[in-house]
Design a protein around this ligand. Structure first.
Ligand code: SF4
Length: 836
């Protein structure tokens, strides 16, 4: 029986017509200008044409059936049906580009297959960023010629697609028969595997909180791979927040391959890390960029023939052999791999998104490891800012290079002036009581009673959306005012953080115009290499701002920071949930998992999930009696740090003395770490290792090797939320205890106050969502370093009186059984009669 295939018109065209060289920054152009120009032009055509009209047709190739599908930009029926293809272009070409004409002709061919018309009119229109046609090319194509063009492109594509399909059949057979890669399931692994498979078959999201040591990589990868032969998914993308976190899934995949799974695995590393010759990605500057796509097929054939994972090392070697850009080669391999491991940015950052995977298809599965990082990562990528200082410097460089009379310089001046003219809005609500909770949590005052504020939050949670928006903006405005410096003797406020209702339209327009003018400038041949590089930097900086301005709504805040004459305007995304939801909607399952995804329902909300998406929490697979968690009352709030440093030092010494071994103490800041260090009696301590704010790769390795390679007792002093508090695997005697100083709350900032106000209006308890949950994730991650295997035993010492507060305590991992104050007894209970 024949196979069935589906291929889009775009894929067919891209298969045949590709540029020989790597060209820079296509995605930004696509995203911002292309979409806007399309919309503008389509609106203009809407009276006569059908817009975005889907089309499909079936074609037989021998016994195999191919469905070709696509969407015409505009279509007009009539005696001669007309296909209209729109392309954004800053300088229109003299003749239609072959790939554009081919695309329009393919739509024409699909029309011809469905209608007995002898002639189809095919138009390619080049439009500017406002959607105004700059040049239109029209041809009246005979039916036979169109069908010949379709056959020609299909034949070339099919010559590769059919062998690929046969490989998939072999792969599927190998997966069907493959056992779970370990001798047996650990506690909870089978349940997680079942939940993952269910999420894939139902095309839903799953939010899973899994203690460290569950073997989560294998437990999500195995069912996802099993879904391939069942036709439930086409591909698996495994996302992590850090490159080092890929080792565990790579190991699991290697085991599965060793047990007979014929799967292709690839990794995608950041361009900066893969690039061997960091210059501009342009054929004029990088010899690898020139002719890359002409040389790439040979490298692909070579890699296809290797029965190994396409790791960055192997990709780099192949790229060297064929003089290719390794990053571009790795991107192409994503298309051919069954499983690709990559950073979460490649799925969610609109400017880094791997377009060929995430913008065009939905038939793959996302496995998101370390999902607790996703919220902040997506928030940052959806936010953008403009800064007078940076703008002034760029404008000065432009003036020097092309003169101040140049139109481009004047555009930048208009933007600069619009930004510089921003003032605080003085229609803020009257000043109310200060933001007591946030202030006291960090200054040391007792905070407001939880029960009273909860009732109030419940009432707020019943507000309508628009009322909510008003509520949070007002709350944020007075929170901002509460932190403002007093006016000087002349009544002027020279430093101020404030909230604007929205980015001023004139400023947003000036930014858009400057952005377009930068592209026009770059198209000119007279631009020097240095100015060219600066201009690309400018585009990279301004693009997120324009993106945020275009998406600005109640889920954004416009934060204006005034420092004397300088202005920084940040359009901050408050809720990335909707973006995450849109990226993951309709996929063949998305699994968000982490050791710290609690509280699960709250994290589901924050990460764009709905009631229909499952939540799944696993208990720790390790004996609870192997972990002692002691909390001790210490005031670690900022105002009390001088007084509490000695008690913190004494508690650390006591813990280390209770049993000889390797420990790490985590501090809320480098300053507090240094303060406590002065109080430590080093003569009674094991060798000290201190984390520094800037550490080279070698220094980091040395730090960890002191724990992994040397058996003598150690005490590491580190910062909570830093390099060594997450993703560090120190099993057995490599680490037998951690001390966590403070509750991990972030340093107060205007951004956080605004976020708190927003979450307060939306969910009822802004402090919980904006401050406490992320803080306790850091605490749980640091504590999670202690028990890594079923044989590990260890101590977690929590130094802060807030661990006695039920609101904090309930956010700690469930399997942490808290003991109060007395460390000696806890350690004795832990080790029983063992020699301490
Ligand atoms: S090798 Fe480096 S400079 Fe050249 S195209 Fe690739 S990433 Fe850009």
């Amino acid at each position: 029986m024949g196979e069935t295939f589906r291929v889009s018109v775009r894929e067919l065209v891209a298969f045949r017509y590709f540029p020989p060289d790597i060209a820079p920054m296509g995605s930004v152009e696509d995203m911002l200008a292309g979409t806007a120009a399309h919309q503008a032009r389509e609106n203009a055509l809407a009276a006569e044409f059908e817009i975005e009209k889907p089309i499909r047709a079936q074609v037989m190739r021998g016994e195999h059936q191919v469905t070709v599908f696509g969407r015409m930009d505009a279509f007009c029926a009539g005696d001669i049906p007309t296909v209209h293809e729109l392309k954004l272009c800053f300088t229109p070409p003299e003749a239609p580009l072959p790939e554009h004409l081919a695309q329009a002709r393919l739509y024409g061919a699909l029309l011809a297959l469905g209608e007995p018309k002898e002639i189809i009119r095919v138009q390619v229109a080049y439009v500017n960023a406002q959607g105004i046609p700059q040049r239109v090319f029209t041809e009246e194509a005979p039916r036979d010629a169109l069908l010949l063009a379709l056959e020609d492109m299909l034949a070339a594509w099919f010559a590769v697609a059919l062998p690929e399909r046969l490989r998939e059949r072999t792969r599927d057979e190998s997966i069907k028969n493959a056992p779970f890669p370990f001798a047996g399931y650990r506690a909870g692994q089978r349940e997680l595997a079942v939940q993952t498979y269910t999420a894939i078959t139902r095309k839903r999201r799953l939010f899973a909180s899994l203690p460290t040591g569950t073997g989560k990589s294998a437990a999500v990868l195995y069912p996802a791979l099993k879904a391939l032969p069942a036709g439930k998914t086409r591909k698996i993308i495994y996302l992590t927040a850090r490159t080092t976190a890929r080792q565990s899934p790579l190991n699991a995949l290697e085991m599965m391959r060793a047990q007979g799974m014929r799967i292709r695995v690839s990794t995608l590393l950041a361009k900066e890390k893969m690039c061997p010759t960091p210059v501009r990605c342009h054929p004029d500057d990088c010899p690898r960029a020139k002719g890359h796509f002409l040389r790439q097929p040979d490298a692909l054939h070579e890699l296809f023939a290797m029965d190994v994972a396409w790791t960055e090392e192997r990709i780099a070697e192949a790229a060297d052999r064929h003089m290719l850009c390794p990053f571009e080669l790795a991107l192409t391999l994503c298309d051919y791999a069954d499983v690709t491991l990559m950073d979460m940015n490649y799925a969610f950052d609109p400017f880094a998104q791997v377009a060929r995977l995430f913008k065009r298809r939905k038939d793959f599965t996302l496995l998101i490891d370390e999902a607790h990082h996703l919220l902040d990562r997506v928030r940052e990528s959806l936010s953008g800012s403009l800064d007078t200082r940076a703008l002034r410097e760029y404008r000065a460089a432009v003036g020097k290079a092309i003169g101040r009379k140049h139109a481009y310089y004047k555009q930048l001046t208009l933007l600069y002036q619009a930004l510089r003219a921003l003032q605080a809005q003085d229609d803020s609500p009257a000043r109310q009581e200060p933001d007591a909770q946030t202030a006291c949590e960090n200054s040391g005052e007792p905070h407001a009673d939880g029960a009273a504020s909860h009732a109030e939050h419940q009432r707020e949670a019943t507000l309508t959306v628009s009322e909510n928006e008003i509520a949070w903006r007002e709350a944020a405005l007075w929170a901002a005012q509460a932190g403002q410096p007093e006016p000087d003797a002349d009544g002027r406020i020279s430093q101020r953080d404030t909230l604007l209702h929205a980015p001023p339209p004139a400023l947003a327009q000036a930014a858009q115009t400057a952005w377009e003018a930068t592209f026009t400038l770059l198209e000119g041949r007279a631009v020097s290499g240095e100015l060219r590089a600066l201009s690309w930097q400018f585009i990279r900086r301004i693009s997120p701002f324009i993106f945020a301005a275009k998406h600005y709504d109640a889920r954004y805040a416009a934060l204006l920071s005034i420092r004397g004459a300088e202005r920084v305007l940040e359009l901050m995304c408050l809720s990335p949930a909707e973006w995450i939801a849109s990226v993951t909607k309709g996929l063949r399952g998305t699994v968000f998992f982490s050791a710290t995804l609690a509280p699960l329902e709250a994290m589901r909300q924050l990460l764009g999930g709905t009631q229909e998406d499952a939540c799944f929490a696993l208990a720790s697979p390790f004996p609870p009696e192997n972990l002692a968690v002691v909390r001790r009352r210490v005031q670690t709030r900022y105002a009390f740090r001088q007084e509490s440093a000695a008690r913190v030092a004494q508690s650390i010494q006591e813990a280390v003395a209770a049993r000889a071994g390797k420990y790490i103490a985590y501090f809320p800041s480098y300053a507090y770490l240094a303060l406590v260090l002065r109080h430590l009696d080093e003569s009674s301590l094991p060798a000290l290792l201190v984390q520094e704010s800037e550490m080279t790769e070698e220094a980091r390795t040395r730090f960890l090797e002191a724990f992994t390679q040397d058996d003598s007792p150690k005490l590491g002093l580190c910062v909570l939320g830093g390099l060594f508090s997450e993703g560090v695997d120190l099993p057995g005697e490599q680490l037998i205890g951690v001390m966590i100083v403070g509750v991990g709350l972030p340093t107060p900032s205007f951004r956080l106050r605004v976020l708190k106000a927003y979450y307060g209006a939306r969910f009822g308890d802004g402090f919980l969502y904006a401050w406490m949950i992320p803080a306790m994730h850091k605490v749980a991650q640091a504590g999670g370093r202690v028990i890594r295997t079923e044989r590990d035993k260890g101590l977690i010492l929590l130094l802060d009186d807030r661990y006695y507060d039920a609101r904090y305590a309930r956010l700690l991992p469930e399997h942490w059984q808290l003991t109060d104050e007395h460390m000696g007894a806890a350690v004795r209970a832990l080790y029983g009669g063992e020699d301490t």
